[in-house]
Design a protein around this ligand. Sequence first.
Ligand SMILES: Nc1ncnc2c1ncn2[C@@H]1O[C@H](COP(=O)(O)OP(=O)(O)OP(=O)(O)O)[C@@H](O)[C@H]1O
Length: 290
Amino acid sequence: MSTDSIRSTGEQRHGSDVAAFHVSGAVVAYDRTPVLHGATFDIPAGETLAILGPNGSGKTTLMRAMLGLTPLTEGTIDIHGVPLERFRDWGRIGYVPQRLSAGGGVPATVREIVASGQVAHRRRLRRASRTDRAAIEEALAAVGLSERAGDSVHELSGGQQQRVLIARTLAGRPDTFVMDEPMAGVDAESQHALAGTVSRLNERGATVVLVLHELGPLHPLIQRSITLSGGVITRDGPPPAAGDECLVPRSAAVPGEGSGIPAEHDHVHPHADEPPASAALPNIEVPPHD
Ligand SMILES: Nc1ncnc2c1ncn2[C@@H]1O[C@H](COP(=O)(O)OP(=O)(O)OP(=O)(O)O)[C@@H](O)[C@H]1O
């Protein structure tokens, strides 16, 4: 698999002190009811991080807030050192939504959907350049769908459609990826294809933020995880053991164990002892098979 289509600035970013995301006191409320209660953390450029937590814990809300898709009630977010309100370099950010919405009822081919990932940074009415076309083919190859490029997306399985969404994002050549549950409802072959893609992105220095219910084949690639419970960050550190992704008690955190990340990086937030009632039991979703 190739991910040559991402920008090759990873080495510079690895040396940079500017966080890909700086989140400070982020509160989000729907109808005046807070569902995210003051999240504070940095995601260094080049890190592969999972946002974990049970259903309704605020993962998607946090991710959408980080992209400016959901407004903050309080707090601030900087993207690559620029306050979100002033951030304009959206070509650097690749967002992979949970489900295929592009294409809708329109009979679009896999290649057309992937090419649509370049619309944001292509000048109006300009045809695709040779570089653009190469990036599309590389993105298709990266997710293992070159052979299906001319097929309608509606002929693909759910897992393959998820790979189309990732290829669409790759084609835009971002260096920062935010993926909303890319493994949900995805067959085993596609899960491993996605893990291979994330691994390459990681090697090339991209920042990858994944909202996940379970780590699955991504476990060895995740450098750090943030666990939410009832809108509160209850754990921030090395990824939990497989199967413990939605568990939030302090005992679930084993500083530094087997992660290659120093123990001091692992810290449980002060509210961990008193999660809201909604977080009492983990609710682990079993994704449907294709
Ligand atoms: N647009 C909305 N209006 C009102 N409440 C919302 C809205 N979106 C989410 N919520 C509520 O905010 C809380 C957090 O939801 P969110 O979708 O962020 O959680 P999640 O951890 O991503 O859940 P899941 O794993 O089920 O996708 C939930 O109580 C949810 O019902």
